[in-house]
Design a protein around this ligand. Structure first.
Ligand code: CA
Ligand code: CA
Ligand code: CA
Length: 574
């Protein structure tokens, strides 16, 4: 009986193993491009992709004018990967929504909303899971651009069309894509979750004269934006840069430049998001938020809600730390607009810099509580520009500093690292509310679409960039250098040299003595004999192996006083 059980268990695990093996063994690679198996993207069997399948879209000089849907599931170990293969000098394959065609073997809805739709298929439909889209340049989804739908009919994109439109899905990663000239760059609906948007360049989206289309517009159950370069929207477009209604929003290590507001973090209208504990905690850290001039709204960050139904607002805490905020507005700038009295922001280790006089900088708008800890603020800053209309609170948790210049490496070239002598160096706090244990500051943004580990250098600096410890090596110091005796009566007499030096850094030292007669010794206390009468200039060089050195010289005199060797009394010359 027991042995039957054993056999059954054995068989079970063998089958499981086989299934896992088949899972990855069955994975296919679909190569798309000129001269490859699939000339067109539409020839890929999108309706039947499975775990581990890869669609490789190769670069070609002319864009792919195609659009499609992905409604299939990968696994965490074997995701479905749709990956561009870059061309010369790293050029990404272009997916152009204008005049794009749709394969008629596909059948899906909301075709006017995106170039690549995730979810919403009528054929072979699975809940989309574990999908990675990377290395693609996706553009031109907005009016007046048109496309051919899955019936071959010509349609115009809607104003809120997106390069990637996520209707539903879990575990979606969008990496190193260029997303531009669409209505919304990216759009994710509330039925999506565990979304990661990283290393992307997102710019030039929006609709002229409209406030409702944004570089990204997301509402997800868990979303992380990291290492992205957000550029300005297209000229004349009034939307925000990053607009989000998610639960579990994390925005870290991004460069976010322009937009009506840089960040618009407002309410969801879906109870399945509002009910999550993560809806109450929003993390924004390590970002550069840049207002280039008098563009759109003077507020940088909006947190809470905008629906007007206060019961849905985030009413939690915005943890906002180690960001560098720069505004070049000539008029007022307001850092935070908290939507209601129930919203709180804890701002720690941030630089709040305006190029206008400090009185133009306000921390808050009307409502809510902002707690300030170890920030750098332009001197003369005010709590609010609303005067008696301000009913919120600014709470001082200590450690803030202010001045006229935070000490950037170069403001004109927007190198926002800290120069030597910046008052922000080591002026931050290491105990950041909200950071521990899940959201420590481990990286910093690198221009552009890149990141590097935060150098560890003393206490934390204020701002998004930590100044690395400058290794300033100090030269060795020579304590003494002697020759005994320094004058000898004859060649051949032994002279004792002695050198003694120290290094302020404790470096190991190398001694080198040039005796002035063409010979050298590397000992600290060498003996030496000269074989010719003369004046010798002896040079000691002490090196620390790090480029630091010290020199000292002395002169040795060798006379020739005694008749030596004694005369030979041979009768040779007589
Ligand atoms: Ca603005
Ligand atoms: Ca430091
Ligand atoms: Ca040294």
């Amino acid at each position: 009986m027991k042995s039957y059980l054993k056999q059954a268990i054995c068989l079970f695990f063998s089958l499981l193993f086989l299934a896992l093996l088949l899972d990855s063994a069955c994975a296919a690679v679909y190569e798309v491009g000129p001269g490859l198996t699939y000339e067109r993207i539409g020839q890929v069997p999108w309706n039947s992709l499975g775990p581990g399948d890869k669609v490789l879209i190769h670069y070609k000089a002319s864009p792919y004018h195609e659009k499609w849907v992905i409604a299939r599931a990968g696994t965490a170990e074997n995701p479905i990967v749709v990956k561009g293969v870059p061309g010369p000098s790293g050029k990404l394959p272009i997916i152009d929504g204008s005049n794009a065609v749709t394969s008629q073997s596909l059948n899906f809805w909301s075709e006017e909303r995106g170039i690549i739709n995730i979810g919403g298929s009528n054929i072979g439909s699975e809940f989309p899971r574990n999908i990675i889209i990377e290395n693609l340049d996706i553009r031109n989804a907005r009016p007046p651009y048109t496309f051919k739908d899955d019936h071959g009919s010509t349609k115009t994109y809607s104003k809120n069309a997106a390069a990637i439109y996520i209707i539903e899905g879990e575990g979606i990663t969008i990496r190193n894509c260029r997303i531009h000239n669409c209505g919304n760059g990216l759009f994710a609906c509330h039925a999506s979750g565990s979304i990661v948007i990283e290393y992307c360049h997102i710019f030039d989206n929006g609709i002229e004269g409209s406030y409702y289309q944004h570089n990204t517009y997301t509402e997800a159950k868990g979303i992380v934006y990291q290492f992205n370069h957000f550029g300005p929207l297209r000229a004349g477009c009034g939307g925000n840069n990053l607009k989000d209604r998610s639960a579990g929003t994390v925005i870290r290590y991004n460069w976010i430049e322009g937009g009506n507001r840089q960040l618009d973090l407002v309410d969801s209208d879906y109870q399945e998001l509002i009910g999550l504990p993560s809806y109450r905690k929003t993390f924004v850290y390590g970002n550069v938020l840049f207002e280039r001039g008098n563009e759109g709204n003077s507020q940088i960050v909006h947190y809470g809600g905008d629906s007007g139904d206060l019961s849905r607002y985030r009413k939690g805490t915005l943890y906002f730390y180690n960001n560098t905020v720069v505004s070049k507005r000539t008029s007022n700038t307001t850092i935070f607009r908290l939507s209601s009295q129930d919203e709180t922001c804890i701002a720690t280790n941030n630089i709040f810099f305006v190029t206008a006089p400090g009185g133009h900088l306000a921390i808050s708008n009307r409502d809510g509580t902002v707690r300030l800890k170890n920030n750098w603020l332009r001197a003369g800053w005010v709590k609010s520009h609303e005067g008696s209309g301000f009913s919120g609170k600014i709470v001082d948790l200590g450690g803030d500093i202010s001045g006229d210049d935070p000490g950037f490496v170069s403001l004109s070239s927007m190198d926002l690292g800290l120069a030597q002598g910046s008052s922000c160096v080591n002026a931050g706090t290491d105990s950041i509310p909200g950071a521990s244990p899940d959201h420590p500051v481990n990286f910093q943004y690198r221009k552009h679409q890149a990141a590097e580990p935060t150098p560890k250098a003393g206490a934390m600096d204020i701002g998004a960039f930590e100044r690395a410890q400058v290794q300033s090596n100090r030269n060795p110091v020579i304590d003494s250098f002697t020759a005994v005796p320094v004058t000898v009566s004859n060649p051949g007499i032994f002279i004792q040299f002695s050198a003694q030096a120290n290094d302020p850094d404790g470096d190991n030292l190398v001694y080198r003595i040039e005796f002035g007669d063409g010979t050298v010794d590397f000992k600290k206390n060498p003996g030496h004999r000269y074989w010719k009468k003369g004046q010798y200039h002896v040079v000691l060089t002490v090196s620390d192996g790090k480029g630091g050195e010290a020199k000292r010289a002395l002169d040795v005199t060798v006379n020739d006083k005694l008749p030596s060797p004694p005369k030979k009394l041979s009768g040779k010359k007589k």
